[in-house]
Design a protein around this ligand. Sequence first.
Ligand SMILES: *Cc1c(COP(=O)(O)O)cnc(C)c1O
Length: 384
Amino acid sequence: MMDSAGWIEIDQGAIEHNLRLLRSELGRDRDFCAVLKADAYGHGIDLVLPVVMALGITAIGVASNREAEDARALGFSGRILRVRPGLPGEIEAGRGAGIEEWVGGYSHARIVAAVAAAGGEAIACHLSVNSTGLSRDGLELADGRGAAELAALLNLPGLDIRGICAHFATEDADDIRRGAARFDAETQAVLRQLGPQRAPGVQRHCATSYAALTVPESRFDLVRIGAAMYGESAANEPRLRRAMSLKSRVAAVNGYPAGNTVGYDRGHLLTHGAVLASVPIGYADGYHRSMGGRAHALVRGKRVPVIDRLAMNALTLDVTAVPGVCPGDEVVLYGQQGAGVIRADDLALANGALAADLYSAWGQRLPRVAVGYSPLLSGDGEIS
Ligand SMILES: *Cc1c(COP(=O)(O)O)cnc(C)c1O
């Protein structure tokens, strides 16, 4: 039994299953970049990367140098793409890990070029273009200034351009279809400008999980897959299996009469005599305060409401409808218990935001345990 107040369980078998499914769905003839930023979306690079490597996947996406260094320390020798523009110090320090940098426009390209010059060696990089209209870091090629900046950028020494990339603004199939068409046209033009010397081998990529699964023409030469590998994606793919669960235990159980209020700000009024369970998970664990009064958890396989406004290290469940709840009972805040399940959609609804906004933080604050059976890691699966 875990000796911690709350913990997350990572099912490596589910990650293996998802990766196999995704690779066969998305085509083995294009590159697959497993996105491991935010410490593998809170799942732990140390638990996810061995599965990625055992399946022979040779590209990963990271945000920080720390993630790249962790990957190298775990023996990963493939390509590492940074999925956002790096700061000068990061780019410089990231050279040791061999990070391929995300170039965010002309002024950023000059920074990458300056770091390359200082190090005396070209830096492998991917040029971000604004074909999808995210307007975050891509070069806007629809106007004259962007076109001039592109020409200047391509003349900078020290940029070893390996890819041209974009990132979608929505998870909406029509929007993605339009963005992918514009990306196709604009990147064809960039490839022509790169010319016969530099264009061969340059990969075009813009698809995330949702785009790759929903709009095949967004896949191009490489897909950058995060959410779906962890078993969560807005793309309707019921064969994916959720890899993470968030669990705790009931610490205390008490009865309170109708008319009492519960928790801070007297935020919840008991309209009936109630049995309430205190669970030692709170907003300091990354279970946001916005979940109070909106989220649900599972106890004894039954779905019960989180009724209070959450404390820093505790929350309160109304377990009146579940007979026999007592201290020590397992509580599932995300994942499955008996016939009950709390899905990412449930979290998103309760949070009013993204499930990843929650679980990426849980992974960084709570202890993780590996569960589930991965044939590959157990040494009796065929490597393919
Ligand atoms: C996080 C990220 C991805 C992965 O997106 P998912 O929706 O989790 O598959 C891909 N590309 C970039 C630039 C990202 O930041």
